[in-house]
Unconditional design. Structure first.
Lengths: 112, 301
């Protein structure tokens, strides 16, 4: 039971981080540090190395990103075709949710 | 903090470290780590252990996977044996033997634990001995290996010396349980843990540094699997013993235990059981990973 909850909480968080990493790589190939600073600029979230490489490993395992030859010890990553499709789908889905949410908030007239 | 962060990187699974370790260390060079970074790395390591990424299959060679599994089982066995020693010390006195004679379940659970502990220890010797022979032979020619091999020997000799001294002192004041004897007991336990940690870390380094014939690795891995199975069954019997003691002999179960009597026997047994279960779970995980690497080869041949 505890195992299920730990894995679920990790999975839910990693989905968000994965989206941020994919969005960062949509601009072009980047290595770990460049992804961290770009994601911080995009979202205000500073990814720790454990979170970042956990997400990179999962995205690579799912074929959404691929590693390029290492430059010194830093290895750049880039989006694959599948990664580009997955990112677009997720962003469109988020966009639908964002639009609907804002529209509902506008209509609800909740006092602020 | 950087040193701590680098140590946290070492807590990742072997395959993860081999694939991403250099990059993670480079990132730590780019960005000075803080305490939050260390926590993030430890959390990431836990996630990687619980749910290994699919991209890491095949990153580690079979021999190294076996080495990692064996040293993992050894580390788990050391932690398990520490808890097991606690169990043995807790239940060694005459009232427990009497309770064991009066209640068959208690007596048979205790006997089963002792028999399985002997089986696991024999398996440990059988698996480790061929590797120790190779390590000693190579250590004669390589200075680094010589140093690493001497570390566990020195730790064991120091711990054995400490045990003898404490045993002699305790024998001198057999009936009195003083604060001093309690503190000495705690110090002895901590020294045992340090000795175990030195043995585990040094033997792991030795195992990864020296070439070993695959049949020796297979033998040691098989012995590791036996130790893992023994750990699981011992933990189950310990749970059975703790339950039976609480139900059948509640007075004895509620009596004070440990140096300076900070807890009851039941709480001590539960704490020992928790350590045993965690160690056994980790041993099962590392043995399964080794088996996944071995099984396809066995099927092909």
């Amino acid at each position: 039971m505890w195992y299920y909850y730990v894995v679920r909480s990790i999975s839910e968080r990693s989905t968000d981080v994965g989206l941020l990493v994919l969005t960062s790589l949509a601009e072009g190939h980047k290595h770990g540090y460049a992804i961290t600073t770009d994601v911080e600029g995009l979202s205000g979230v500073r990814l720790g190395p454990g979170t970042l490489y956990g997400a990179l490993a999962r995205l690579e395992g799912n074929g959404l990103i691929e590693a390029l030859p290492a430059e010194d010890r830093r290895r750049p990553y880039r989006l694959t075709g599948a990664g580009s499709v997955a990112l677009e789908e997720q962003l469109r889905s988020l966009d639908r949710v964002t639009r609907s949410g804002l529209e509902r908030l506008r209509l609800a007239e909740i006092p602020r | 903090m950087r040193r701590l962060a680098l140590l946290a990187v070492l807590t990742y699974p072997l395959a993860f470290r081999w694939r991403y370790g250099d990059e993670m260390r480079a990132l730590l060079d780019d960005e000075p780590p803080r305490s939050r970074t260390v926590l993030d790395l430890l959390r990431g390591a836990l996630a990687a252990h619980l749910r290994p990424p699919a991209s890491l299959g095949g990153v580690v060679e079979l021999d190294d996977r076996l080495r990692a599994s064996m040293s993992g089982v050894l580390a788990c066995w050391v932690a398990f044996a520490a808890a097991g020693s606690g169990f043995a010390i807790t239940t060694e006195d005459a009232p427990f033997s009497k309770a064991g004679n009066g209640h068959p379940l208690l007596g048979s659970a205790h006997a089963a634990i002792q028999i399985l502990a002997i089986v696991a220890s024999l398996a440990l010797v059988a698996g480790a001995l061929p590797l120790v022979v190779v390590a000693l032979a190579r250590a004669r020619h390589e200075r680094r290996l010589r140093l690493l091999v001497s570390l566990p020997v020195a730790a064991v000799i120091t711990f054995a010396g400490l045990t003898t001294v404490i045993g002699l002192v305790a024998h001198g004041q057999r009936s009195q349980a003083t604060t001093g004897s309690g503190i000495a007991f705690i110090a002895w336990g901590l020294a045992g843990l340090v000795c175990g940690a030195v043995c585990v870390i040094a033997s792991r380094r030795v195992l990864f540094l020296m070439p070993v014939a695959r049949r020796r690795l297979f033998l040691a891995f098989g012995c590791g699997a036996i130790i893992t199975a023994a750990m699981v069954v011992i933990a189950l019997f310990t749970a059975l013993y703790a339950i039976a003691l609480s139900v059948d002999v509640p007075g004895l179960a509620a009596s004070g235990n440990g140096p300076l009597h900070p807890t009851s026997v039941t709480i001590s047994l539960v704490l020992q059981l928790v350590v045993m279960l965690v160690a056994a779970s980790l041993a099962v995980t590392t043995t399964r990973r080794g088996w996944r690497a071995v099984a396809p080869r066995t099927a092909r041949s």
